[in-house]
Design a protein around this ligand. Structure first.
Ligand code: IMP
Ligand code: MG
Length: 398
């Protein structure tokens, strides 16, 4: 699970951990995600298919995911045949049409300066249509879907429905061989002693209910949604591992209490290559925020942590940790619902260590060991993995 605003480095961690599981399941979001996995000199960015793809595991896309067939087709084409056969998409998944992507743009333009800064991948419209009971699901498309109501709806919103039927035909041809029942498959795996790694997408602070609404994505991004989205019992969900960067980033609009700007932000952005994997947008950067992390650890029941991009800090002269917020003269450690609160709080910082100039050639530098202990105490979690770079080899298991 991502414990920040997405882009924590989940893709790399999922790829790393996938070796120990029989299957990897995406349960939420869609191709707004950008999960980067580096293998040797090759960099792969997955938007839709689970990041465990190159570990040869079963790849499951659960009912809570909104599936863009065009993206699925493209990503599958990058996989060797034997891996492509491991893909199973739940028939209950809502599909993302070209019209949904168009509608995403229309809605963003409508908001003007208050735009969310969506990835324009049609995610909000697809989930909204699901709630309105207008959306075609994968299994509906295969059985034959009547597009007349949906077409009228798009028209009312000024989006041309032309091409929907042809899109449906193309998508049907792609989906036919891989649509099934992910819920049943997970239960089967569980009953035969198998294990599944559930891959979060986006970050907990982008959760539709518990994030910085309305600057959030259109679905749920925490552990609690796993059983509902996959159609399994909560008793099948084990421990929750959270991923956080050693600093923070956010892409898109919305409050970001520890945001920094200027030359220091530029340094972190360029050293950490903080550009959106899906949209290429420069990410906003800031300091790690313990108020927000305590909140998301609580939301997810996080017991283990993966700490990413610690190496970036070795090239940054400054280092700060936000330990509380201050508003109207008093300190608070509450991550409140109110957007005004989150926009107005001033972070209270500590600078407990300096990583500047640290070397990662011989295990963990001293400052990092202290940072790990500090986070374990502050967040009451166990840090299990630290990541010092994009490649698989630059992962230290503690
Ligand atoms: P949407 O999910 O495309 O509707 O975008 C809603 C908000 O979530 C925007 O601020 C996006 O930048 C952000 N967002 C969506 N997916 C991701 C992601 O995978 N990483 C980081 N931010 C994301
Ligand atoms: Mg990402």
């Amino acid at each position: 699970m991502g414990l920040q605003w997405g882009d924590e480095g989940k893709g790399k961690i999922v790829d790393y951990l996938a070796g120990g599981y029989d299957a990897v399941a995406r349960y939420s979001g869609g191709s707004n995600a950008g999960h980067t996995v580096v293998i040797g000199t090759r960099k792969h960015t997955f938007h839709l298919i689970p990041s465990g793809a190159f570990k040869g595991k079963e790849l499951l896309i659960g009912a809570g995911v909104v599936v863009d067939p065009a993206v699925l087709r493209e990503e599958l084409s990058l996989l060797p045949d034997e891996l492509r056969k491991k893909m199973l998409v739940d028939g209950r998944c809502s599909l993302v049409s070209p019209q949904d992507k168009e509608l995403d743009k229309v809605l963003e333009e409508m908001r003007g300066p208050a735009a969310i800064g969506t990835t324009k991948r049609g995610i909000g419209p697809a989930y909204a249509l699901r709630a309105l009971r207008l959306s075609p699901r994968a299994s509906d498309l295969i059985a034959g879907f009547d597009f007349s109501a949906l077409s009228k709806f798009y028209q009312k919103l000024g989006v041309d429905p032309a091409g929907l039927v042809a899109w449906a035909e193309d998508s049907k041809a792609l989906l036919r061989g891989m649509v099934g029942d992910v819920s049943r498959r997970i239960v089967e795996l569980s009953e035969s002693g198998g294990s599944v790694l559930f891959e979060g997408s986006q970050g907990s602070l982008l959760d539709l209910l518990h994030g910085s609404y309305p600057y959030v994505t259109s679905t749920h991004t925490t552990t609690g949604y796993i059983p509902a989205a996959l159609g399994i019992s909560h008793t099948l969900v084990g421990k929750s591992l959270g991923v956080t960067k050693s600093y923070a980033t956010r892409v898109g609009g919305g409050p970001f209490p520890t945001e920094i700007t200027g030359p220091l932000a530029e340094t972190i952005r360029s050293v950490g290559n903080e550009y959106g994997a899906t949209t290429g947008r420069p990410r906003r950067v800031g300091w790690i925020d313990l108020v927000a992390l305590r909140y998301t650890v609580k939301l997810n029941g996080t017991s283990e942590l993966a700490l990413s991009k610690v190496d970036v800090l070795s090239q940054v002269k400054d280092f700060k940790v936000c330990v509380a917020y201050r508003r109207d003269g008093s300190e608070t450690s509450d991550f409140q619902a109110s957007l005004a609160h989150l926009s107005e709080v001033e972070p209270v910082y500590e600078s407990p260590f300096s990583f500047y100039g640290a070397s990662y050639d011989h295990g963990l530098p001293a400052a990092e060991k202290r940072f790990v202990e500090y986070l374990e105490n502050e967040l009451r979690v166990r840090v299990r993995l630290v990541s010092h770079g994009e490649e698989r080899s630059k992962t230290v298991e503690l």
